[in-house]
Design a protein around this ligand. Structure first.
Ligand code: ADP
Ligand code: MG
Length: 218
């Protein structure tokens, strides 16, 4: 007997766009584009499959509590969240970027991160940043931000930022430069552990279809 409904948590923008081909490979087509709809619950061509559109940082929470059966979230978000109660079967290799430390062009980062100094770091990722600098033995004050990290060093809020970089265009436009690479980031499939058991016949073929699409098999 098939369970009544399958709910998939996605965020708008990059992740949604890059997930569309994967969904298509699993035979799922959204009924609407969340970019042009105010609806937070979006139906699909499959009667009992729906998408919920949530903030990228909230995807693990919806899946963890079973409000969504599975979702797609960046490694950045998963690392910061901790990944508790989530099964992470697959790196989807979408929304690829790098977690970097960046400073104002010409800023003496070497000097500022020497023993005895305290580096002020603004970031949306306080746990990732704290772990990175602790491992290097650099003392930091972390300033939590929710967006536009690039502004912080320009107005003296911080010495450095920890942020995601893909092309480097935003850094360049703001006269910042990357000085350290912390991690390679991509988006992962995250599955609610209970749902994986109770809705196995639904979820397993979707995971397989995603895996084939990621590896380039038809
Ligand atoms: P928000 O604006 O809600 O913070 P974003 O759309 O900026 O979310 O980012 C959502 C996810 O997309 C991030 O968690 C990350 O995994 C990925 N991402 C963010 N910035 C980039 C980038 N420059 N290139 C590729 N992927 C990115
Ligand atoms: Mg953003």
């Amino acid at each position: 007997m098939m369970p009544e409904q399958l709910t998939i948590a996605l965020s708008k923008g990059r992740i949604f766009d890059e997930t569309l081909p994967l969904l298509a490979a699993a035979g799922i087509t959204p009924a609407e584009d969340p970019e042009h709809s105010r609806k937070l619950i979006i139906g699909t061509n499959r009667p009992n499959v729906r998408l919920v559109i949530v903030r990228a940082t909230d995807v693990p929470t919806y899946v963890q509590y079973g409000a969504a059966d599975f979702g797609i979230a960046g490694k950045d978000v998963l690392t910061e969240h901790g990944g508790d109660g989530l099964y992470q079967p697959l790196d989807l290799q979408i929304a690829q970027c790098r977690m970097m430390v960046a400073v104002r062009q010409g800023f003496d980062y070497e000097q500022a991160s020497r023993p005895g100094r305290r580096l002020r770091v603004a970031t949306k990722y306080p746990d990732i940043a704290a772990a990175h600098f602790a491992a290097k033995g650099v003392h930091v004050d972390i300033i939590k931000l929710y967006g536009s990290m690039e502004l912080a060093p320009l107005v003296g809020l911080s010495d450095a930022i920890v942020d995601l970089v893909s092309t480097g265009g935003t850094l360049k436009a703001n006269r910042l430069e990357a000085v350290e690479h912390i991690a390679d980031i991509s988006s992962r499939l995250v599955v609610n552990q209970a749902a994986l058991k109770t809705k196995y016949e639904w979820i397993e073929p979707i995971i397989q279809a995603f895996a084939r699409a990621v590896s380039g098999e038809a």
